[in-house]
Design a protein around this ligand. Structure first.
Ligand SMILES: NC(=O)c1ccc[n+]([C@@H]2O[C@H](COP(=O)([O-])OP(=O)(O)OC[C@H]3O[C@@H](n4cnc5c(N)ncnc54)[C@H](OP(=O)(O)O)[C@@H]3O)[C@@H](O)[C@H]2O)c1
Length: 219
């Protein structure tokens, strides 16, 4: 399999690159800065994620695209939404059908509050994270309503996603957080990357969203 990773230099994108390389997948990083360090064996193509023509050229010839796009600062969060629309235009232009999107968790629901998105529960999402969560929910809506011939999957992380261990074991949910025995929703970035590449290989969730988290005993 050959994949392009947009956002390959990011915290989550770089782990997806490592996980894919470890499984023998050929990886092309789509970067805005051509001089960034990348693991050996990764091809590089330069494109702004909001530039449809450049993006289409950069992803041509791939079997799938992973978008791990994110704005590092609050004034850059809109890239998640403009990037979503750009990808929905660029993939058909490039003749690539499969897209896996690193999503947000604010649009998921807690088992004890199933009537409302997490982000709409007052205080549930820290103030600093709200703009990122809102942008991600808007991007999810763009995927859900698109008529573009793109086989997208939007993978929402757990409520807490942080650097950690690769265990290779995770639980799966649809629109509700996967929670452990303490009711917490967590996943390491490494295991999230495992789930991304598993989904690329299996395509269990075409044109929909799912989520991953640790379902086992509390630790
Ligand atoms: N980290 C978390 O705790 C967390 C939690 C929930 C959801 N998420 C979601 O996961 C996604 C990725 O998060 P992350 O923490 O890995 O983000 P990150 O470390 O900030 O990485 C973002 C990536 O996007 C790239 N990028 C940004 N603007 C671009 C543009 N205009 N053109 C091309 N590339 C661009 C960055 O490239 P440069 O290296 O050039 O800047 C970088 O590779 C985000 O959308 C975020 O909402 C993250």
């Amino acid at each position: 399999m050959r994949i392009a990773v947009v956002g390959a230099t990011g915290r989550i994108g770089s782990r997806v690159v490592d996980e894919a390389l470890g499984r023998g997948i050929e990886v092309t990083a789509v970067l805005r800065d051509p001089d960034r360090d990348l693991p050996t064996g990764v091809e590089r193509r330069v494109a702004e994620a909001t530039d449809v023509a450049a993006l289409a050229t950069a992803i041509s010839g791939q079997d799938a695209v992973v978008s791990a796009l994110g704005g590092a600062e609050v004034d850059q969060v809109s890239v998640v939404v403009t990037g979503a629309h750009a990808l929905l235009e660029a993939l058909p232009r490039a003749g690539v059908e499969r897209l896996l999107v690193v999503g947000g968790g604010g649009s998921l629901r807690w088992p004890h509050r199933p009537e409302v998105d997490a982000i709409d529960i007052p205080g549930a999402v820290p103030k600093a994270r709200r703009p990122f969560s809102l942008a991600q929910r808007e991007a999810l809506a763009a995927f859900r309503t698109t008529s573009a011939p793109v086989n997208w999957t939007y993978l929402s992380p757990a409520d807490v996603i942080a650097p950690g261990e690769r265990t290779g074991v995770y639980g799966i949910g649809r629109d509700h957080f996967v929670v452990d025995a303490d009711g917490r929703s967590r996943i390491s970035m490494e295991d999230y990357a495992v789930a991304v590449v598993d989904e690329l290989e299996r395509c269990d969730f075409p044109r929909t969203r799912f989520t991953v988290g640790y379902a086992g005993a509390a630790s």
